[in-house]
Design a protein around this ligand. Structure first.
Ligand code: ADP
Length: 872
C-alpha cells in the first residue's frame, strides 16, 4: 500500500481497498450487504475473528454491535489504522475512530464514514496531515464530520418519512446549526439573469415555533437580494459586523448571522435558496465540511421539493381523472388482457379479459355492483350472450391492434341499449397489448329519436303520396285498393283488407293487399260478428282498434275463429265512415273496415303508427265523401246535359219539321187569295189575312227557334275574333233600319279581340242594336257602345235612350218567348235576348240589363280575357 485510495481513482485499474473486519462475523449481517453496495471504491474485505494482521489492510472495521469493544481498543491504538467502529458503546476520547451507532448503520452512513476516513478532496484539507502513505484523521474533525453526516441522514430520513413534515426536517438542520430561522425561497429571474420579482417563500421554520416572519422576507428589496447573491454561490456571514456593506439589509432582517445556500435543479439552474438566519453572531465561520454538508442538504431539499411538487401534481391530476371517471356520464372500464393460458391450443385459443376498473356509470348501465365485476371476466360477471358480445369486441380490438370505434346493440338484463363504444389498446414496452381501455356512451335515445323521425317522415310521405293517389281517382273502389296497397307497404304488414259492409249484418272483402305467403281473403263474406261486435260502437265513433297478440287476447268465438282461420297474430282495424248520399249533413255511416294484419309475429303498434292510421282514416273518409259527392254531381250534370240535348234535339226537329207544313198552309192561303180573292166576301178575306199573318208569324218564330237550337247543336270551334269586326258587320246588316230611324250611333274605334265564334258574336251585336232601335221612344234614338276591362273580363255596354224596362221584368226578358209587349205595339218573337244570353254563356260570360222605364236601357255583357293564339 503506497498511496491513498484517492490516488487509485485516477488510474485505469485501481487496486481494491483492503478492508479488514474484526469483531463479530459480518457475514449474514447487514454489514456484508452494505459493503457490497459501496460502489465509490473498489473494496476487498476479509473477516479476522482473532488478532489483527495489519500488513495488507488499508482500513479497519471494528464490527461489535453487540459485544464490548474494550478488548479491541489497545490493538487498534497500537497500529494506528483508520478505523470505523460499529458499536453502541462510547469511544474513549483520544482514539481516532469514526463511530457508527448500530441503529444508524446503512450504506449511506458507511459511505460517509469511508469518505471521512479516506479524506476525499472535497472534504477539504483539514483531514490531511501530508502523509499520503497512511492518512490519519483528527478525532474532532471526524466527530464533526460524523455528526454532520448523521444530521444529513436524519434530515434526509425526515424528508422521506411520510409522517414527518418539512418543518420537522428543517428543524433538524436549524437546531444543529443553532440558527433561529430557516427560509426556503424560490427565485424569479428576469431575462437578463437578475432577480426580477420578490422571491416566493415556500417554507419557513423558526427555532421557537414563533410564527414565520414572511413579511420581512417579502419586503426585502430586490437589490439587496441581488447584493447578497453577488457575494458568491454560498453566502456565509458568521457575523454581520464583518460585512459593513451589508449592514442595512441584515439589520432590516434583524439578523447577525446569515447563511444562504443555492438550490439548483438538474440542469444546474439556480432555482432557489435555503437561508439560515441567526440573531447572534456565530463564534466561528462555517467550516468547509459544514458548508459542503449543508449544500448537500440544500440539494436534497430541492429534490424533495421537486418530488413533492410533482407528486402533488400527480395526485391532483389523478384526483382529477378519478373525478372525471367517477362522475362521467360515459361508461368507462379497463380490462386486462390475459393471453391464452395453454399455448398448445395454438392460434385457436382466445385471450381472456379481466375487468380491472369500472366507473359507476358502467355499473349502473350494466346493472351490477363493482364487486361483481372487478377482477372477473365478462363470462363470470354477465349472462352468456352479453359476455360473448363483450369478448368478441375486445377480441376484435386485440386483432386490429388499434382504437376501435363502433356502435353496438346490447341486450342488457333490464333493457336494450345502443352504445357508441370506443376501445383503446394499451401496450407494454415490448408492444404487446396488456390492457384495453373502453368508454361507451348510451346513444339509445338519440338513435330512437332518429328512427322515430325517419319513421315519422316515411309515414308522412306515405300519407301525402297516398292522399295524392286517392285524390287522383274519384272511383271509390280504386281509392280503397290503392289505400290497402300503400298501407301494406308502409306498415310492412302481411295483409291489409277492406271489408265493406253490405248491410248491418254482413260484409265482403272488396280490396286486399297481401304477402304471397298468406292466404287471400278477397271476396270472402263475413258477418259483423267476425269483427268483435263489441267494437262496432267505437268504430262508428271513428275509433280504431288494435291487438298486439291474438294468442294472448280473449275474443268472442266468432272473431277468434276468423282470426285463427286466416292466421292473424296482430291487427289494427280502422273504420271508414262516409256520409249518406241523401243526407250529407247527417251522421256518417260505417262503410266498412280497413284491417291491417300481421300473420307472423305479434306487433306492438307504436304511437306514430297509430297517429298515421288516424290521419289516414280522416284522409280516406274525406276523400270517400268527396268522391261520393262528385260522383253524384257528375251524375246530375250528365243527366242534365242529356235531357237538355234531347230537348234541343226535339226543338230542332220540331221546328225543322214544322216549317214544311206551315209553308204549305202559307202557300195555299196565298194561292187562295190570288185566285179567288175578289170572289170572297170581306169576312172570308179577313180570315184569310189572319191565316197568312198567323203562318208568317209562326214561320218567324220557328226560324228563331231553329236559330236558338242551332246554337247548341252546331257549334264552331272558338277562335280569335275581333269584336270591332263583328260590330261592323252587324251595323252593315241593319244599315237600312239605322238610317230609317235616324239613329245616332256611337262606338269606339278599337274594341278588344276575344276567343269566340264570329257569326254568333255578330248576331249578339245585331240583336242588341235591333232591340235598341225597336224599343226607341219618342226621342231621336241614340245608341252608345263602349267596352271596359275588369280583372278577368271585357265588359261591353249597349246603351240606348228608348222606352226602358221595369226592373221587375229585367230577369224575365232573357227567357225564351218572354215579351213585355203585344205584336201590335212592338212586333217580335221574344227569342232575341234568349239567343243573346245563350251566346254569351257559350263564350263564358254573363249578360244583364240596367234600366228604368222611360229612361233607356243599358245592356251589359262580359267575355273572358284569354290569351289568344293566332290563327295558323
Ligand atoms: P222581342 O224583341 O222579339 O220581343 P227579345 O227577346 O229581343 O224579343 O226581347 C224581349 C223583350 O225585352 C222585348 O219584348 C222587350 O219588351 C224587351 N226589350 C228588349 N230590348 C229592349 C230595349 N232595348 N228597350 C226596352 N225593352 C227591351
Amino acid at each position: 500500500m503506497t498511496s491513498s485510495p484517492l490516488a487509485h481513482k485516477s488510474t485505469t485499474a485501481p487496486a481494491p481497498l483492503q478492508v479488514l473486519i474484526v469483531g463479530e462475523d459480518p457475514r449474514r449481517s447487514p454489514l456484508e450487504k452494505h459493503l457490497s453496495q459501496i460502489s465509490r471504491w473498489a473494496l476487498s474485505w476479509h473477516w479476522q475473528p482473532r488478532g489483527i494482521p495489519i500488513e495488507s489492510a488499508d482500513l479497519l472495521i471494528l464490527f461489535s454491535p453487540q459485544a464490548a469493544i474494550q478488548p479491541w481498543l489497545d490493538p487498534i491504538a497500537a497500529y494506528g489504522l483508520p478505523t470505523i467502529a460499529i458499536t453502541a458503546a462510547p469511544l474513549p476520547e483520544p482514539l481516532g475512530l469514526v463511530r457508527i451507532p448500530p441503529e444508524e448503520l446503512s450504506p449511506f452512513s458507511l459511505e460517509l464514514a469511508f469518505r471521512a476516513i479516506l479524506q476525499e478532496k472535497s472534504l477539504g484539507a483539514p483531514f490531511s496531515n501530508g502523509d499520503t502513505a497512511r492518512p490519519w484523521i483528527s478525532t474532532h474533525l471526524l466527530q464533526t464530520h460524523l455528526q454532520l453526516t448523521t444530521i444529513l441522514v436524519k434530515f434526509s430520513q425526515a424528508l422521506l418519512r411520510p409522517q414527518s413534515t418539512l418543518d420537522m426536517a428543517l428543524g433538524i438542520l436549524g437546531r444543529h446549526l443553532q440558527m433561529e430561522r430557516i427560509t426556503i425561497l424560490q427565485w424569479h429571474w428576469d431575462q437578463t439573469g437578475k432577480i426580477g420579482a420578490p422571491p416566493s417563500i415556500l417554507e419557513q421554520w423558526s427555532h421557537d415555533g414563533s410564527p414565520p416572519c414572511r413579511k420581512k422576507v417579502a419586503d426585502f428589496p430586490l437589490p439587496w437580494w441581488q447584493a447578497l447573491l453577488d457575494l458568491g454561490e454560498v453566502t456565509a456571514i458568521a457575523d454581520r459586523a464583518d460585512h459593513p456593506e451589508l449592514k442595512e439589509p441584515l439589520e432590516f432582517l434583524d439578523v447577525k448571522a446569515f447563511l444562504g445556500l443555492p438550490m439548483c435543479d438538474n440542469q444546474g439552474n439556480h432555482w432557489g435558496q435555503l437561508i439560515f438566519t441567526g440573531q447572534h453572531p456565530r463564534p466561528q465561520a462555517w467550516s468547509a465540511l459544514e458548508l459542503q454538508t449543508l449544500k448537500m442538504a440544500a440539494e436534497l431539499l430541492h429534490h424533495y421539493l421537486m418530488r413533492t411538487a410533482t407528486q402533488r401534481e400527480l395526485e391532483s391530476s389523478e384526483a382529477l381523472y378519478a373525478g372525471i371517471i367517477t362522475h362521467s356520464a360515459e361508461a368507462i372500464f379497463l380490462v386486462r388482457v390475459q393471453p391464452p393460458s395453454d399455448s398448445a391450443h395454438g392460434s385457436e385459443s382466445l385471450s381472456e379479459f379481466i375487468f380491472e376498473m369500472v366507473n359507476p356509470t358502467y355499473c349502473d348501465k350494466m346493472g351490477v355492483y363493482p364487486r361483481q365485476i372487478i377482477g372477473k371476466s365478462p363470462q363470470a360477471a354477465f349472462p352468456e350472450h352479453l359476455a360473448q358480445q363483450l369478448c368478441d369486441s375486445f377480441q376484435g380490438c386485440l386483432e386490429i391492434g388499434e382504437t376501435l370505434l363502433f356502435e353496438e346493440v346490447l341486450n342488457l338484463p333490464d333493457s336494450t341499449q345502443i352504445w357508441r363504444t370506443c376501445l383503446i389498446p394499451i401496450r407494454d414496452r415490448q408492444g404487446h397489448i396488456q390492457q384495453i381501455q373502453g368508454s361507451a356512451r348510451d346513444v339509445t335515445e338519440e338513435r330512437q329519436l332518429e328512427l322515430t323521425k325517419m319513421r315519422y317522415n316515411r309515414h308522412q310521405h306515405m300519407l301525402a303520396s297516398l292522399t295524392l293517389k286517392i285524390l287522383r281517382s274519384w272511383d271509390m273502389n280504386k281509392m280503397l285498393s290503392t289505400t290497402v296497397q300503400e298501407l301494406r307497404k308502409t306498415l310492412q304488414a302481411d295483409r291489409v283488407i277492406f271489408w265493406e259492409m253490405l248491410n248491418g249484418e254482413v260484409g265482403e272483402v272488396t280490396a286486399e293487399a297481401a304477402c304471397p305467403d298468406v292466404s287471400s281473403m278477397l271476396h270472402q263474406r263475413f258477418p259483423a260478428e267476425a269483427f268483435n261486435r263489441g267494437d262496432f260502437d267505437l268504430f262508428r265513433q271513428g275509433e280504431l282498434q288494435t291487438c298486439i297478440d291474438v294468442e294472448a287476447a280473449k275474443f268472442p268465438p266468432a272473431h277468434d275463429a276468423m282470426l285463427r282461420e286466416h292466421g292473424v297474430i296482430a291487427y289494427a282495424v280502422l273504420p271508414v265512415l262516409v256520409s249518406a248520399l241523401d243526407d250529407l249533413e247527417g251522421e256518417p255511416h260505417l262503410k266498412g273496415l280497413i284491417c291491417v294484419q300481421q300473420c307472423h309475429f305479434p306487433q306492438v303498434w307504436s304511437a306514430d303508427e297509430l297517429h298515421l292510421l288516424r290521419q289516414l282514416i280522416n284522409q280516406i273518409c274525406i276523400a270517400l265523401n268527396q268522391a261520393e259527392l262528385i260522383q253524384r254531381q257528375r251524375h246530375y250534370t250528365e243527366e242534365l246535359a242529356r235531357s237538355n240535348q234531347e230537348l234541343e234535339q226535339f226543338a230542332y226537329v220540331a221546328s225543322h219539321d214544322l216549317q214544311e207544313p206551315l209553308q204549305l198552309v202559307a202557300n195555299y192561303a196565298q194561292l187562295l187569295v190570288r185566285r179567288n180573292g175578289d170572289r170572297l166576301d170581306d169576312r172570308s178575306q179577313r180570315y184569310l189575312h189572319h191565316i197568312t199573318t198567323g203562318t208568317h208569324k209562326m214561320q218567324e218564330q220557328i226560324q228563331d227557334l231553329l236559330r236558338y237550337s242551332r246554337l247548341n247543336t252546331r257549334q264552331n270551334p272558338l277562335e280569335k275574333v275581333s269584336m270591332a269586326a263583328c260590330l261592323h258587320q252587324a251595323i252593315a246588316n241593319i244599315k237600312l233600319k239605322l238610317k230609317r230611324a235616324q239613329v245616332q250611333l256611337h262606338y269606339p274605334a278599337i274594341l278588344p279581340e276575344v276567343l269566340g265564334d264570329a257569326s254568333q258574336l255578330q248576331s249578339l251585336w245585331q240583336n242588341l242594336l235591333s232591340n235598341a232601335i225597336k224599343y226607341r221612344g219618342d226621342r231621336q234614338p241614340e245608341i252608345t257602345i263602349s267596352a271596359t276591362q275588369t280583372a278577368h273580363h271585357w265588359q261591353f255596354k249597349v246603351q240606348d235612350n228608348g222606352i226602358g224596362i221595369d226592373p221587375q221584368h229585367q230577369q224575365r226578358i232573357f227567357q225564351i218567348f218572354q215579351r213585355l209587349h203585344t205584336q201590335e205595339e212592338y212586333p217580335g218573337t221574344g227569342i232575341g235576348l234568349a239567343i243573346c244570353q245563350r251566346i254569351v254563356k257559350i263564350h263564358g260570360g254573363e249578360i244583364w240589363v240596367e234600366s228604368q222605364p222611360g229612361q233607356g236601357a243599358a245592356f251589359y255583357f262580359t267575355l273572358p280575357i284569354t290569351t289568344i293564339p293566332d290563327k295558323p
